[in-house]
Design a binder for this molecule. Structure first.
Ligand SMILES: Cc1cc2nc3c(=O)[nH]c(=O)nc-3n(C[C@H](O)[C@H](O)[C@H](O)COP(=O)(O)O)c2cc1C
Length: 248
C-alpha cells in the first residue's frame, strides 16, 4: 500500500484477536515512537506498557471500554513526563518554574503526541490496528496511584495496538478547504460545514455498526454541551504544575 493510502485508510480498531505482539515488533514500535521530533529535544514523555492483566482490567473499567483494553496485542499508556528533566535540572537550579509552567506542559504534551502518532502510524504500516484511549482520564487519581506517577507527570491517553478482528469504515474528514486557510485565518464557512454534515449524516446512517441519525455539527454540539473532566486542573496542580495568572 502506498504511504498516503495508508493514512487515508485509517480507522480506529476496537476489536482485536487475543494474541500478544512479538517482542521484536514491540521494540520496533518503540523505535518508531522515539524517532519523532522533540521540541528543544527535551524528550518529555514516558510510555508505560501495561502487562498486568488486573491493571488492564481496571483501566478497561475506568475507560468504559468494550474489551479492547484487555483484549489487545499490547496496551501502552502515554505519559507527559517532566519528572525526568526535573531530576536533571534540579542539580543545577532551585528555580523550577521553567519545569512546572504551562509552556513546559504544552511542550511535553506535544512531544508525547508526536511519539504516540509515530507509533500508531508504524503499527498500521505493519497491518495492525490501533485505538487511542482518552477514557483513562476518567479517573486520573486512580490511574496515577496505580502507575505510581510522580510529580510533573500527566497521563494523557492509552494506545491499544493489536491484530484487528474487524475494521470500521473510514470516517470522512472535514473537507480540506475547511481545514486549510491561506495567508490568514478564515472562520468556518457554514455552507461547507452544512455539506459536510450531509456527508456525515449519510455515513452515520449507512455504516455497518452502531448506526445513528446524526451529523457532525450535532455531535460537536452534544460534545460541548457539558464541561468535561473539570478535575483535570486540580489534578495538574496536585502533580506540581503551576499556572499563576501571570507568569512571574
Ligand atoms: C486522544 C484521543 C483519545 C481517544 N479516546 C478514545 C477512547 O477513549 N475510546 C475510543 O473508543 N476511542 C477513542 N479515540 C478514538 C476516536 O474516537 C477516533 O479517532 C475518532 O472518532 C475518529 O475515528 P477514526 O479514528 O476511526 O477515524 C480517541 C482518539 C484520540 C485522538
Amino acid at each position: 500500500m502506498d504511504f498516503l493510502n495508508q493514512f487515508t485508510s485509517h480507522s480506529s480498531v476496537r476489536s482485536f484477536e487475543r494474541k500478544d505482539l512479538p517482542e521484536e515488533l514491540k521494540m520496533q514500535l518503540l523505535q518508531a515512537a522515539q524517532s519523532g521530533s522533540s521540541s528543544n529535544f527535551v524528550q518529555a514523555y514516558s510510555i508505560i506498557e501495561i502487562r498486568d492483566p488486573d491493571k488492564r482490567h481496571e483501566i478497561e473499567q475506568i475507560a468504559n471500554g468494550m474489551g479492547h483494553v484487555e483484549n489487545t496485542g499490547v496496551f501502552y499508556l502515554f505519559v507527559a513526563d517532566l519528572n525526568r528533566n526535573y531530576q536533571i535540572a534540579r542539580e543545577t537550579t532551585q528555580d523550577l518554574k521553567a519545569i512546572t509552567s504551562m509552556e513546559s506542559l504544552i511542550v511535553s504534551i506535544i512531544d508525547t503526541t508526536i511519539a504516540a502518532q509515530n507509533m500508531a502510524v508504524f503499527a498500521e504500516s505493519q497491518g495492525l490496528g490501533i485505538c487511542y484511549i482518552g477514557g483513562i482520564r476518567n479517573d486520573l487519581d486512580r490511574i496515577s496511584e496505580m502507575l505510581e506517577l510522580p510529580a510533573y507527570t500527566f497521563p494523557l491517553y492509552g494506545l491499544t495496538i493489536g491484530y484487528p478482528k474487524n475494521k470500521n469504515e473510514v470516517k470522512p474528514r472535514l473537507f480540506a478547504e475547511e481545514i486549510l486557510k491561506i495567508d490568514r485565518y478564515q472562520e468556518a464557512d457554514p455552507v461547507v460545514i452544512a455539506e459536510y454534515d450531509q456527508r456525515m449524516n449519510h455515513y452515520y446512517q449507512q455504516r455497518s455498526r452502531n448506526t445513528r441519525c446524526t451529523d457532525w455539527s450535532q455531535r460537536v454540539q452534544a460534545h460541548y454541551h457539558t464541561l468535561r473532566r473539570p478535575e483535570v486542573f486540580d489534578f495538574l496542580v496536585k502533580q506540581g504544575f503551576d499556572f499563576p495568572m501571570k507568569e512571574q
